[in-house]
Design a protein around this ligand. Structure first.
Ligand SMILES: C[S@@+](CC[C@H](N)C(=O)[O-])C[C@H]1O[C@@H](n2cnc3c(N)ncnc32)[C@H](O)[C@@H]1O
Length: 211
């Protein structure tokens, strides 16, 4: 596990470690690094963890406080049967890192989150992946940028329903708190940087190079 990934899990753990009888939903298990961290909190705070993965990760742990659902996390008809009567304090989104997928699962599982509950979304920052950056990677730069923009668009039309914080360390982490009951659709953010008026202003007022 990379250094910043350990830091990230520690960061999440600190944010949730005081929630008693905690209930957590995790999307994306893989080798179980986040799963084990969440179970540590569940064992300390008398909680329960439900995790979903498209691959069979059922052997990651035998902890009694864990329920594993072997499914794609957007197979809502199937998954909702398992979680119909549950409401979560914490949801961790770390499965298929594609902006529209993240949006889809975010909107769906939001209704299973308690008021003031937290959603953490992994990998929303692109800085390490830019050209000549420490992790230079064209694909990850693009999907993380697009996921970040998508979150801003969701937040832009939901300031009464959500708070949004971004941790910029490593590949980044979004932290959202549910403050309203229902989400509005995301709303495009208009950018005035490139209007003709502002481009002309920039051209007229930008300092001339000295000879
Ligand atoms: C980045 S890994 C998860 C890492 C884990 N959360 C951790 O911190 O140790 C992503 C996982 O998501 C799973 N995955 C990918 N697409 C998925 C989908 N549509 N539904 C559920 N799981 C998915 C993959 O099988 C993989 O195990």
């Amino acid at each position: 596990m990379k250094y910043f990934e350990k830091e990230k899990l520690e960061f999440i753990k600190n944010k949730i470690s005081d929630i008693n009888n905690i209930t957590i939903l995790e999307l994306g298990v893989q080798k179980g690094n986040s799963t084990k961290m969440f179970l540590e909190v569940c064992n300390k705070n008398n909680g329960n963890l439900t995790s979903i993965d498209i691959k069979d990760c059922s052997s990651v742990t035998e902890d009694k406080r864990w329920e594993f659902i072997f499914s794609s996390d957007d197979n809502f008809e199937y998954i909702d049967k398992y979680i119909a009567n549950k409401r979560f304090d914490v949801i961790f989104i770390d499965s298929y890192h594609e902006p529209n997928h993240v949006k889809k699962v975010f909107f769906h599982y939001f209704s299973f989150l308690k008021k003031n509950g937290l959603i953490f979304i992994d990998d929303v920052v692109w800085l390490p992946y830019v050209k000549n950056g420490v992790e230079d990677n064209d694909f990850i730069e693009r999907i993380n940028r697009l996921t970040f923009d998508k979150l801003l668009e969701i937040f832009n039309n939901n300031i009464e329903n959500l708070t949004l914080d971004i941790n910029f360390n490593g590949s980044g982490l979004a932290i959202l708190k549910k403050t309203g009951e229902k989400l509005n659709k995301e709303k495009k953010i208009k950018n005035r940087l490139f209007t003709i008026k502002n481009l002309i202003k920039k051209f007229i007022y930008s300092p001339k190079p000295k000879n």
